[in-house]
Write a protein that binds this ligand. Sequence first.
Ligand code: ADP
Length: 184
Amino acid sequence: MNIILFGPPGAGKGTQANLIQDKFSIPHLSTGNIFRTAIKNQTPLGVKVKAILDAGKLVPDNTVVDLVAEELKDEKYMNGCIFDGFPRTVAQAEAFDGILAEQGKSVDAFVSLVVPEEELIKRILSRGEGRSDDTEEKIKTRLAIYRNETEPVMNYYKEQGLVSEIDGLGSIEEIFDRIKTTFS
Ligand code: ADP
């Protein structure tokens, strides 16, 4: 099963993706995590994207799409994957359909976590992960980019009838229960 976990920064995608991964044994692919690891290890990819992540901007579509295409060659994704942080633009979504189609696959579910903006800012500022893009100014940049470039991705999948909107407020377990009902 290929699941896209969608939502603004701070919506809880990573937390819920980990729970889905453990419960359903579907591997979790977070493009943000891949970039942060590359930056930490100072790989060529990390060097290329560091300033972009620090600024809270988006990595160019072709870089992200090539990365995901390469990653999906790994056998562990054969039976599906939870995509967290990808696709983030309509161009990425279109390219993604092509990548999956080549492997005879498609997106099976699109779960959108809905959380009001004030709550997002509060959550990110209090999670204290020490991320360079978690300052109030960078969060505002990320939210603006989310509204302008990422939200339209949801309409792309709505046209395919794949979208489930989930209330992202409540305890981690409550939200996970809501997500589970969309899979059955
Ligand atoms: P969040 O959802 O909290 O913003 P992520 O870990 O998903 O966190 O992403 C962190 C950063 O990584 C983004 O601000 C962006 O710079 C980069 N990034 C991650 N995924 C993508 C993507 N699909 N397209 C472009 N940039 C991305």
